[in-house]
Write a protein that binds this ligand. Structure first.
Ligand SMILES: [Zn+2]
Length: 395
């Protein structure tokens, strides 16, 4: 008689996202806030990590739901800006480059040229062959997340450094190398750098003509095409609402109809079908929450608010002190009773510190921003940034 393996039901658990029962071994750690926008926190009491998401959902939703949002041109702009505010060139850390769009002026064979700015306003040209047509997502920076498995062309990149202050050099070079990990790297204005030896290549003869052309135009205005679409914003918001609910509310939320709505919305690929799912919310570009925007604004990180409004638990997030989205999480008070403060619960997430402050009460946070009663942790960070002066780009 052959042995049959009977799954041990004790080891089975339900995935938050696909709602399937799976073996314990099929689960992996899920960061509620994606790591690329600062969701890794070095804090022992971190509620923003889930252990009930299966590895498959973690991967698939990472590509189709997280990436279109986190790699969007709008998020890229703020990531660059906030990282710059925090950067101390003496710490040799890279920062995300600012994406400027497709360059319409320069052509080289059948390559596409995209422009970026480095930490000190450095001009960067990335040449690559067209990514697989069916994978291209407008409004997404870099290689389309879905094209990775098709081994798209990594191309080559030219860096033209603007700063002549050597203190900035490591930050510029590291940021450039990090942005184009598998591309060929050329320094456009200077000899091949000896720091990070091996990462830079001498410019080959066949690129001399292109190099000369770039040298001529690198300080001039570029004709660029930049798309500011955010494709994944709605599905991402539903995913965040669901995972935030799982992280912060009572356990009965996960199996509720409210969670189901978010789950269906998050999983639905067709925008027309999504419209039929009765969830209230507002996207980044469609929000009419002027007052809430002002109240929650904390420009060095993301602010999260969970608040009951007319019997509905609403989840509001402001990214980088600027971009607002909002979605309903629950209509059943038993989900948030005892978990969410009466006046609303706030967390302030500080990506650059891999840290967060909270849970704070809504009023408590308000008193901080109105400078009535400062919250020490936030106050210290504000002081630290405001008092720090970047070394000059030009000396
Ligand atoms: Zn799953």
């Amino acid at each position: 008689m052959s042995k049959r393996i009977i799954p041990n039901m004790n080891m089975m658990k339900r995935c938050l996202y696909c709602y399937k029962l799976k073996d314990e071994s099929e689960f992996s750690k899920e960061h509620v806030i994606p790591q690329s926008i600062g969701g890794t926190f070095n804090k022992p009491d971190n509620p923003f990590v889930l252990h009930n998401v299966c590895e498959r959902c973690n991967n698939v939703l990472g590509i189709y739901v997280d990436a279109p949002f986190t790699k969007s041109t709008l998020i890229n702009m703020y990531r660059h800006q906030v990282a710059y505010e925090w950067v101390n060139p003496e710490k040799n850390k890279s920062i995300p480059l600012a994406y400027m769009g497709y360059n319409q002026q320069i052509s080289y064979k059948d390559y596409i040229c995209e422009n970026y700015l480095g930490p000190t306003g450095d001009t960067i040209y990335h040449f690559h062959k067209q990514y697989p047509e069916e994978e291209v997502m407008t409004g997404v920076v870099g290689i389309p997340p879905t094209a990775k498995r098709k081994n798209p062309d990594k191309g080559f990149a030219f860096l033209f450094i603007t700063s002549n202050n050597p203190i900035w050099l490591p930050t510029i070079i590291l940021s450039f190398l990090d942005a184009f990990k598998d591309s060929i790297h050329y320094l456009g204005n200077g000899p091949t750098p000896q720091i990070n030896k091996g990462n830079f290549t001498d410019i080959p003869k066949e690129l001399n003509e292109l190099h000369d052309e770039l040298l001529k135009i690198q300080n001039t205005h570029h004709e660029q095409r930049l798309s500011l679409d955010i494709l994944g914003e709605q599905r991402f918001m539903a995913k965040l609402g669901l995972s935030m609910g799982a992280a912060l509310l009572n356990n009965n939320f996960i199996d509720s109809e409210d969670a189901d709505l978010l789950r269906n919305f998050m999983r639905e690929k067709d925008p027309e079908e999504r419209k039929k799912i009765p969830i209230k919310g507002n996207g980044i570009l469609g929000g009419k929450w002027d007052l809430m925007e002002k109240i929650l604004s904390w420009k060095y990180g993301h602010t999260i608010l969970l608040k009951e409004i007319n019997g509905v638990l609403v989840f509001f997030i402001q990214y980088y002190g600027s971009l607002n989205t909002l979605i309903q999480i629950s209509t059943d008070r038993s989900h948030w009773e005892g978990k969410i403060k009466k006046d609303g619960t706030i967390y302030v997430l500080i990506p650059e510190k891999q840290s967060f402050v909270g849970p704070l009460g809504f009023t408590q946070f308000l008193e901080h921003t109105q400078k009535i009663t400062p919250i020490k942790e936030l106050h210290n960070i504000e002081e630290e940034i405001q008092n720090y002066i970047h070394p000059p780009f030009k000396i």
